[in-house]
Design a protein around this ligand. Structure first.
Ligand code: ADP
Length: 542
């Protein structure tokens, strides 16, 4: 009979093989005898502890491993001294030669326990967790970034959806009422009403587009704020005069007050500062039906700050709404647009602008009692602010006297105007406006024709008083045409009328040789008044 082999008892590998295994382990292994001396260290333990395996042998385990404060020293002592626990696994930090530490997971296992031939002691096995922890940290960072990117994508989608909605709403009214105007049988009164609706919605649409452009420029980091000397009193007074009519129409008290020591001049961006204040004051009037709106300008020489406070006695804003209204497209409640108009972009732009101007906007409000918006500018980095100037110097300049002007129908009487424009709708619109103001208008379709017509009229002794020049045109654009005319000594007025309404576009037109820069959409009164003034100035100069 063939002997049946029972499974062989666990064979002890020979010492040489055991050593090979220990040498190739990725974990550090130490054998610590009962008096806590390291009696064996594998090569990996040497590498991890910043020493060589041979150097570790003979040293006290505590001096080898322990990073002060990184392990529970008392517990290690208890483990080494007692027989109670056979295995202890934990995470902590071990010390590396040279006083640095590294994260580990480790086990302390009691072995031997008095068995014959097996020395009793503790086997320490430890694994460096640096890479794992780095990988985990990288993963966490990647997760946070991915979440932020996703949130940004959601916000962008929401922004686009909001934008589309905000643009479509007035657009719907414009197109709808324009269509109605063309229906037969519409009464004169209805026509007047539709016309007003179209006009109002067109203006609203323009305001939204301007706000969106501003906000996207700010978000893209493309909006640059200036720091030039600005008169505080002038800015505050401008904002006050701009809004006065609306406050009066609503029967509201509307005051401007200076207190504290208000410096005469600060370094800031007057356009942007005015924009923030106009928005705050505009909102205050819009959301107040009774009572008053007050603008206070308060200088604080100790804090070196200047504060513009806009306080109203209007509808107020709940705390929950206060948390949201500085976000883009946020309105306190969804019926706001219907009741008060507005896009919900004004405050989002204002806080960002305030920040760029070195300031903050704070808000205090109580429902049905009113709201106070406070714009505080930090001027501590401005050396040339004169804090010695008292408030007596902050006299409010009188409102500019009304400019006396001719009635619109006569403003351009007898003027000959050459209009260069390739778009038929604008051609008709401007011809209509200028005709009604008494001018005679010749229309050409590009810069080259403008150049030829203008010079020909000079030689024929029937000169145009002015060229109104679209800047983007086929064949020869307005910039090149103007430049050419100036190069040959053409001295009459040239006015740029362009849809290029971004910062820097005006300068470009003036550089090309224009006397004036007007933007589309066309404001009829502004166009006529600007041309009349410019032509009168030209006449005086000749
Ligand atoms: P909007 O163009 O809608 O006025 P804003 O960003 O300027 O946009 O304001 C956002 C919202 O904050 C407003 O729609 C309104 O609900 C609220 N709000 C702003 N100012 C006031 C105020 N002075 N009183 C009450 N509510 C205000």
């Amino acid at each position: 009979m063939t002997p049946v082999h029972s499974p062989s008892p666990r064979r002890t590998p020979d010492p040489a093989r055991l050593l090979l295994i220990l040498d190739s382990l990725a974990d550090g292994v130490l054998f610590v005898d009962s008096d806590r001396t390291v009696t064996y260290a594998n090569p990996r333990a040497g590498v991890l502890l910043g020493s060589s395996a041979a150097d570790l042998v003979g040293r006290s385990v505590l001096s080898v491993l322990l990073a002060p404060g990184m392990l529970d020293l008392a517990r290690v002592e208890r483990f080494l001294a007692s027989e109670e626990e056979a295995l202890w696994a934990e995470e902590g930090r071990f010390r590396r030669e040279g006083a640095t530490t590294f994260p580990v997971s480790y086990t302390l296992e009691r072995v031997g326990g008095g068995k014959a031939g097996v020395p009793s002691g503790v086997v320490v096995v430890f694994r460096d967790l640096t890479e794992e922890q780095n990988a985990a940290a990288n993963l966490r960072r990647a997760q946070v970034e991915a979440e932020a990117a996703q949130q940004a994508a959601v916000q962008k989608a929401e922004f686009l959806a909001n934008m589309s909605h905000e643009i479509r709403t007035p657009m719907t009214a414009i197109l709808g009422y324009a269509d109605l105007m063309g229906q037969p049988g519409t009464s004169a009164e209805e026509l007047r009403e539709y016309h007003q609706i179209i006009h109002r919605n067109g203006e609203h649409l323009l305001a939204i587009i301007n706000d969106i452009l501003d906000l996207s420029k700010i978000e893209a980091g493309k909006l640059v704020v200036e720091r030039i000397p600005c008169s505080v009193a002038e800015i505050a007074t401008d904002v006050h005069s701009l809004a006065r009519q609306r406050a009066e129409e609503k029967g509201l008290g509307f005051e401007l007050e200076f207190s504290g020591t208000v410096p005469e001049s600060i370094g800031s961006d007057p356009t942007r500062l005015r924009q923030v204040l106009v928005n705050l004051v505009g909102n205050a009037i819009k959301f107040t039906s009774e009572g008053s709106v007050k603008i206070s300008v308060i200088g604080d020489p100790l804090q070196e700050s200047l504060c513009f406070v806009v306080a109203d006695t209007g509808i107020g804003i709940t705390e929950e709404q206060q948390a949201r209204i500085f976000e883009a497209f946020a309105q306190a409640d969804t019926s706001t647009t219907r009741r008060f108009g507005g896009s919900g972009l004004g405050l989002a732009i204002s806080v960002r602008l305030a920040q760029m101007l070195g300031g903050v906007i704070e808000l205090e409000s109580r429902i049905a009692r009113g709201s106070t918006f406070r714009l505080t500018l930090d001027l501590s980095d401005q050396d040339d602010v004169d804090w010695e100037v008292g408030d007596s110097l902050c006299r409010i300049p009188p409102p500019p006297s009304e400019i006396r002007s001719l009635p619109e129908e006569l403003a351009l009487a007898g003027r000959r105007i050459l209009y260069a424009e390739d778009g038929p709708d604008n051609q008709r619109l401007v011809r209509h406006i200028l005709d009604r103001a008494g001018a005679s208008v010749t229309i050409v379709e590009n810069g080259e024709q403008a150049y030829e017509f203008a010079l020909h009229a000079e030689t024929a002794d029937e000169p145009f008083d002015c060229i109104l020049m679209d800047m983007q045109m086929p064949v020869l654009d307005g910039y090149a045409a103007t430049q050419r005319l100036r190069d040959v000594g053409f001295g009459r007025a040239i006015v740029a009328l362009t849809a290029h309404a971004m910062k820097g576009d005006g300068e470009r037109c003036i550089e090309a040789g224009c006397d004036l820069y007007l933007t589309k959409p066309i404001d009829r009164r502004h166009l006529v008044a600007s041309l009349a003034t410019l032509l009168a100035e030209h006449e005086l100069a000749q």
